[in-house]
Design a protein around this ligand. Structure first.
Ligand SMILES: Nc1ncnc2c1ncn2[C@@H]1O[C@H](COP(=O)(O)OP(=O)(O)OP(=O)(O)O)[C@@H](O)[C@H]1O
Length: 260
């Protein structure tokens, strides 16, 4: 299946933020190979929020890693904001620093740095001008304006994840990739983080791709892509948690019937 996002329903521009052309990823050596991605083609417009779902082992993390330039595909091509992601490790690192933001399940904040320093670190690493006033403004927007000089361990899990979101937003990347961003949070903090991610897309026009196992989290996205056996097998626009859960159950049934 090929997925192509149309003009966005809220009237956003249809600039392409992410494109994958027949992306394949094979892990392991000859004789012991696992096909994690079996040729994925998709196009996501800028300013959209996309969730990626599928059974365990269906290739979600691999898709995210390849799309974000953290893993090299075995075949196919990845374009971010019209630029093909290619080159040696140094070029890829530079490309990621300029174009890609990350939000991880376990926040990945540096414990020795303050909240403000954590948020400005990607700009420093990229050799970009550090505008502390803007960083503080983004931290205020995520509800942490009074925590700038705190260390991550002085914050709750939900607050730490909001710092990580501010860190991703401050660099204005072409795409933010979030891997199970609410996986380590209680329900209430998860809801706040999801609302914030949604706001980043709706208010700032950020493009966001989120891997999740949770239909409630996926329902915050504009559309959900379903993966099975390393292939895109479906797409749902304007998802509800119930509809996503039902689609996932049927996906599981289909795989059981096929003997996967
Ligand atoms: N480094 C690796 N070496 C070998 N096989 C791998 C490697 N990484 C992933 N795989 C395999 O590739 C397939 C896809 O894995 P991936 O982690 O992308 O799935 P996933 O959908 O994210 O799973 P989960 O929901 O359990 O996190 C699986 O069969 C997995 O075992």
């Amino acid at each position: 299946m090929t997925v192509s996002g149309g003009a966005h329903s809220r009237g956003m521009t249809n600039t392409e933020a992410l494109r994958l052309d027949e992306v394949r990823k094979v892990h392991g050596a000859d004789g012991n190979q696992v096909v994690a991605l079996a040729g994925v083609t998709l196009s996501l417009p800028a300013g959209t929020f996309t969730a990626v779902m599928g059974p365990s082992g269906s290739g979600k993390s691999t898709l995210l890693q390849c799309a974000a330039g953290l893993e090299r595909p075995t075949g196919g091509r990845v374009f971010v904001a019209g630029h093909e992601m290619k080159g040696d490790e140094t070029e890829l690192t530079k490309f990621r620093r300029e174009h890609i933001g990350f939000v991880f399940q376990h926040f990945n904040l540096l414990p020795a740095l303050t909240v403000l320093q954590n948020v400005t670190l990607p700009l420093r690493l990229a050799g970009r001008r550090v505008d502390e006033a803007r960083a503080a403004e983004v931290l205020r927007a995520v509800g942490l304006g009074d925590r700038l000089s705190h260390r991550p361990q002085e914050l709750s899990g939900g607050q730490q994840q909001r710092v990580a979101i501010a860190r991703a937003l401050v660099a204005s990347p072409s795409v933010i990739f979030a891997d199970e961003p609410t996986g380590a949070l209680d329900t209430r903090s998860a809801r706040a983080v999801l609302a914030l991610l949604q706001q980043a897309v709706r208010t700032y026009g950020q493009t966001l791709v989120m891997v999740t196992h949770d239909p409630v989290a996926a329902a915050h996205a504009d559309s959900v892509l379903f993966l099975a056996d390393g292939r895109l097998v479906g797409r749902m626009i304007d998802p509800t948690a119930e509809a996503v859960a039902e689609r996932l159950t049927h996906l599981g049934d289909e795989l059981v019937r096929k003997g996967a």
